[in-house]
Ligand binder design. Structure first.
Ligand code: FAD
Ligand code: A2P
Length: 286
């Protein structure tokens, strides 16, 4: 673990630590709701990643009784695509969360720590080609798909890219809704990805605790067949359909059961399959 002597504000401090380890500078911060915000940071020149992967980011922790400070790091999906010159993150604000109770206050010009070691299962290499690609997300589980939706490779192997996002309230859908709207309207993205490819996106937002045009858990909408009826497509089929899943553990488990029941097999980087899963966070007691 990297440890370092902290910057202190006492008169006895002779020399400040010049910067955080693996420091990156915040370039943009947007607050979406009282529970959600996104931010962008500079990208280390050496950082290469595959769209959909996550990294460890954080801030320096409190000063310990021995006077030292340790970095306080958490896993975060990179929400920007692999070609972007900056890095974007989409974050929860947990009121008493060790990291996000402080991270939510970052401002442009501040520094965060970013360990440049990307990993993850939500990558194209882990999926077999198919006709339809489903991205199933809840809450901040949208983040890896914010990256993948802006990645040209996403559209190469599929005729349709279906992104479902389920949140408790309408305001929690706004980051994803705006991202998709901007993506389709942006001339640079039209050129990079192709208008015909952007037309493959089918966005399916749902809410569970506030009125919206489509209410309900996506798991229930799949089981009832409503999702397929709404989109005018056949039910899940291992011959044609591929899935990426990112949400709470309970959500991931429920979707996994549904996909397996439909005959899809889980894939991995080492052995591509018909769906892949990643937790959007580690829940209480897990
Ligand atoms: P923690 O002590 O880490 O968490 C406290 C509690 O808050 C948890 O027990 C859980 O109940 C709840 N919680 C934590 N994260 C979330 C969340 N995202 N949504 C809802 N409830 C949550 N978080 C993000 O905000 N954006 C991401 O892109 C992201 N990517 C992740 C990728 C992976 C692979 C994993 C394992 C986690 C990811 N997380 C993400 C969660 C993140 O690592 C932290 O848990 C989160 O930033 C809260 O940190 P904390 O120290 O404030 O609270
Ligand atoms: P619900 O409101 O019915 O619990 P959370 O904020 O708890 O992470 O939930 C985000 C969204 O995911 C909510 O709309 C929630 O619906 C939904 N959700 C939570 N657990 C599941 C699950 N096991 N299956 C399907 N949807 C879920």
């Amino acid at each position: 673990m990297n440890e370092q002597v902290p910057v202190t504000d006492t008169a006895t401090a002779v020399k400040a630590v010049p910067t955080l380890p693996d420091a990156q500078t915040v370039t943009e911060v947007k607050h979406w709701t009282d529970r959600l915000f996104s931010f962008r940071v500079t990208r280390p020149a050496s950082l290469r990643f595959r769209s959909g992967e996550f990294v460890m980011i954080g801030l320096m922790g409190d000063v310990m009784p021995n006077g030292k400070q340790k970095p306080l790091l958490r896993a975060y999906s990179i929400a920007s695509p692999s070609w972007d010159e900056e890095l974007e993150f989409y974050s929860i604000k947990v009121p008493d969360g060790p990291l996000t109770s402080r991270l939510q206050h970052i401002q442009v010009g501040d520094e965060i720590i970013l360990r440049p070691k990307p990993v993850g299962t939500l990558v194209h290499d882990a999926l077999l080609p198919g006709k339809r690609l489903y991205f199933f997300s809840t809450g901040t589980g949208f983040a890896p798909f914010a990256s993948l939706l802006r990645e040209p490779e996403t559209y190469e192997n599929y005729d349709e890219v279906i992104i479902t996002h389920t949140c408790r309230e309408v305001g929690e859908l706004e980051y994803g809704r705006k991202l998709i709207e901007d993506l389709k309207a942006d001339e640079m993205m039209q050129e990079l990805i192709g208008v015909e490819n952007l037309n493959k996106i089918r966005y399916y937002p749902t809410t569970t605790r506030e009125q919206s045009p489509k209410m309900g858990r996506i798991t229930d909408l799949i089981k009832s067949g409503e999702l397929f009826a709404d989109l005018g497509i056949p039910a899940l089929n291992p011959e044609t359909d591929r899935g990426m899943v990112c949400g709470s553990l309970a959500f991931n488990n429920d979707i996994k059961d549904i996909l397996e029941e439909a005959g899809l097999n889980e894939g991995a980087n080492s052995e591509p399959g018909e769906f892949v899963i990643e937790k959007a966070f580690v829940g209480e007691g897990v």
